[in-house]
Design a binder for this molecule. Structure first.
Ligand code: C6P
Length: 413
């Protein structure tokens, strides 16, 4: 779907908030302020209705039955795949593998590379990855004897590209980097990272879990070999996501799981595998999840990613300025290019304590290491308080956060 670009955008956040039933609820007697969008986004009524409609009217297993319900469900599921194809500008629909989420997608690729990598090969990971984009590769290195090397970052939470270039060599077989850091909000220069990796002959996997709700990635333009993401970060349901892989790679990698639907023919002597994407989609999939992922993509595109980014940038600037007015508050992740995520700590106060007090005031933030322990080690801190904003948040909610954090500071000092 194309972005509206001729008229100035009127971003009616109050109207948008009406689409999200959960935003009407109270927590601890206070109106909910939901600022944990990086963990999972809230769901608009259109997505909730889509799930209810599927289970109420055409629930069936897909790709299997000739009966009407099965055909309706199959058509809706495959239509969702095409919506995802259009959204990410993917060349072939069969390059989209439905997964249970980002973690699953990364594991399909890391498992597949076990038959490709060998001792002496190197793989590069960035210093600001989520554990999902570290642990599967460590497991792969253990299996194959390949070496994992780390692309360092600076104090602002920005990758040091000159160091990245030094790490690249003919031994480098794979590079995996997130599009956006979940703990810092840094938007990584993935186009440059991909180009440099390709020049060295390495393939690249981009973890798009944190980017997908803020940025519309054009996968043909980026030329990534693999791109993974989760629907639940972009207003869709949990338990569904995609692995995009270039056809040439997906044809080369072995299947991840064996079972129904991923075969052409089975005998006790031998099995031949189905064509893409089914080779990687064993078993009954999350049908409702896939279909409603499509509904979430429709919903976001109706608002428009340009409008979403512009509004969220404004919220980020406002929240950054207001939070920094609190004495002793330090923000981690100060890249120029970042999404609406603010990780911070109050001097001498544990993030968990701040999170607990602001929750009593109806505000949901995440505290801890955010499944990115190496980042916390880099800053020598146990964790942070993370406020992550979405397009349905408001400046009034930012004000409530700032006042709650100030209150927590008074109570805990
Ligand atoms: N980050 C957060 O609070 P799954 O759980 O498979 O949908 O996504 C894993 C994942 C992978 N990469 C990045 C960059 C992520 O942010 C996440 C999920 C959540 O930051 C939950 S830990």
């Amino acid at each position: 779907m194309s972005e509206p670009n001729t008229m100035p955008m009127i971003f009616d956040v109050e109207k948008i908030r009406e689409d999200f039933p959960i935003l009407k609820r109270e927590v601890n007697g206070k109106p909910l302020v939901y600022l944990d969008n990086a963990a999972t986004s809230q769901k608009p009524q259109a997505v909730i209705d889509c799930i209810v409609d599927y289970y109420s009217n055409y629930n069936a297993n897909i790709h299997r039955g000739v009966h009407t319900l099965s055909q309706e469900a199959t058509d809706a599921y495959e239509l969702a795949r095409r919506k995802i194809q259009n959204h990410f500008n993917i060349k072939f629909a069969e390059e989209i593998i439905f997964t249970s989420g980002t973690t699953h997608g990364i594991n399909i690729v890391s498992n597949g590379f076990a038959s490709i990598l060998k001792a002496g090969d190197e793989v590069l990971v960035s210093a600001m990855e989520h554990h999902s984009n570290i642990v599967p590769w460590q497991m792969l290195c253990k299996k194959t004897g390949a070496t994992l090397k780390v692309i360092p970052m600076n104090e602002d939470g920005v990758l040091i590209l000159s160091e990245y270039e030094k790490l690249l060599s003919t031994r480098t077989k794979l590079v995996f980097v997130n599009h956006v850091s979940n703990a810092l909000g840094t938007i990584n220069p993935i186009q440059q990272i991909i180009e440099k990796a390709h020049t060295a002959g390495a393939a690249v996997l981009i973890d798009g879990a944190q980017a997908c709700s803020h940025i519309k990635a054009d996968l043909q333009e980026l030329d990534a070999d693999f791109y993974v993401t989760s629907a639940h970060k972009m207003c869709g349901p949990t338990g569904i996501g995609i692995l995009y892989g270039k056809k040439s790679w997906l044809e080369q990698l072995p299947p991840y799981q064996g079972g129904g639907e991923m075969i052409k023919e089975v005998t006790f002597e031998k099995t031949t595998y189905a064509d893409l994407p089914h080779k990687f989609e064993a078993g009954t999939p999350n049908v409702a999840g896939g279909i409603s992922f499509g509904a979430a993509i429709d919903y976001l595109n109706e608002i428009g990613f340009d409008a979403i980014k512009a509004y969220e940038d404004e919220l980020l600037a406002y929240a950054t300025e207001k939070l920094l007015e609190i004495d002793g508050l330090k923000i981690y992740g100060t890249a120029k290019d970042k999404t609406s995520v603010i990780s911070f700590n109050l001097d001498g106060i544990h993030p968990y304590d701040v999170g607990t007090i602001v929750d009593k005031l109806g505000i949901a933030v995440r505290t801890g290491h955010h499944c990115a322990q190496p980042i916390m080690d880099f800053y020598n801190i146990p964790g942070t308080v993370r406020a992550s904003f979405s397009f349905y948040n408001t400046k009034e909610e930012v004000d409530r956060l700032v006042s709650a954090v100030s209150k927590a500071q008074m109570m805990l000092s």
